[in-house]
Design a protein. Structure first.
Length: 73
């Protein structure tokens, strides 16, 4: 199953983590979202399309940067 890792520069608190996680859970194909405020990273597992994941941030203050696209072991 595909895994995406994103860096979200503006995600620095628990509220931001909740908002970003909620945005990503609404993307078709997303199975699991793990967000970490300290490292400002999000790991997403599922059969989602990268373009849809990135588009979910439209109209928000969050600007995702793709770190990695991999297959889950």
């Amino acid at each position: 199953m595909p895994v995406l890792r994103l860096h979200i520069g503006a995600m620095g608190c628990r509220r931001c983590v909740r908002e970003v996680s909620a945005l990503l859970r609404d993307v078709a194909g997303v199975r699991l979202v793990t967000a970490e405020a300290r490292g400002k990273t999000v790991t997403i597992v599922g059969e989602m399309m990268t373009e849809q994941v990135l588009a979910a941030f439209g109209g928000t203050p969050y600007r995702p940067r793709l770190i990695e696209v991999a297959a889950e072991d």
